[in-house]
Design a protein around this ligand. Sequence first.
Ligand code: ARG
Length: 457
Amino acid sequence: MTLWGGRFSGDQKKELIEFTESVSFDKRLYRHDIAGSKAHVEMLAESGIIPAKTAKSIKTELDKIGRRIESGDFEFTSELEDIHMHIENALIKSLGDEGARLHTARSRNDQVCLDIRLYMRDETLAIISGIRNFQKALIAQADLNSDAIMPGYTHLQHAQPVLFAHHLLAYVEMFDRDAARLNDCLKRINVMPLGSGAIAGTTLPINRRKTARILGFREISGNSMDAVADRDFECEFLSCLAIFAMHVSRLSEDIILWMSKEFSFIELADAFCTGSSLMPQKKNPDVAELSRGKTGRIYGNLVALLTICKGLPLSYNRDLQEDKEPLFDSIDTVVKILAVFPPMIATMKIRKDRMLAGAMNPGLMATDLAEELVNLGVPFRKAHGKTGSLVKWCEKNGIPLDKVKLEDMKKIIPEATAGCTMLFDPGKSVAKREIAGGTGPREVRSRLNAWKRKLSK
Ligand code: ARG
């Protein structure tokens, strides 16, 4: 019989049981469910609502149940609907009436919110530390190849030379914002909802702050109706993961391009690639491709949850049980990405020669010429126009920019000096960009060192 058996007659249909159950996926909350229940009975005893002796036996028994679940010696059945009912049922089975006191002043509506919040607190911290680890792998590669120069792209067209380290550190910045967003989200996760009951709190003299203190929550929820209906913290968390996945997807795309024959900027270790069942020569960047692809489900999970919450009247509605699979799926997917991406980055080989060859195109330094003309007193718009005319002249005459003689240059740009003919070196080009946030080697080195300091803390 179910735990609400008092009001119901007749057995439930198998189809209904299968349709309504959540234990098949919410059993992963068991540790947090037990931690929440232990804190709850401790508070109930201290508030004089249940005997201290009962609280003690419940806590001991809950630990035993936890160990049984851990070791696989625990039977799950759809009949008992969810993880909360399973644990309470097992408790009552062993302790009888003493166990029947656990659910005092509590509803599954506030209990499930508590469990998810406890679970998400742990997962958020683990993901943040995974992101830090990811950043470290990027920083190590940047450090190892701090002198590598590559063509920088806009519109996927050669733009200007940049340091490869600068490119990698751009992702370190993105991941830092991801970690900061998750840290901020943690404030909204870290709110204790228990005591909200089903919707209207309880008539019993509980001490919610006590429960919060035991469980390490900073705050308690301020409105019982909001507390049981609120999944904002999950929406926010899933959007943090969606943005993170978008960043991983962009990095994946860079890696996939770099690994193509046409670029050949990098080589990935065999361990992170797979072959083709047909074409013997193939070596594919599957980790990057799959991470890019998995971004789709991570976005989908966010949209699923937003859609579940939209249009729900206050307060708890059973729809909210549908929050868990998208939440768990995004967490699992991100955890998997965080497990494979850092070692793939760490073992990636850089082809500096190929990168430099790409950056040798003198056209990439056309802006440097325009800026040199600014140094010589030409207004930028005019300098830009004159440089453009020179580029056109070069194309027409089949002469590369770096091979133009000063006298020819002067015909188009009368202000040109000998220095203007010596700008077409990617090394010089990056070296001149020592502004804050720029790709100058000293600036990049100082950012690199700053990241190392930040991440070693
Ligand atoms: N399994 C439910 C969920 O995940 C727990 C809360 C159920 N509450 C209820 N009144 N049926 O949302």
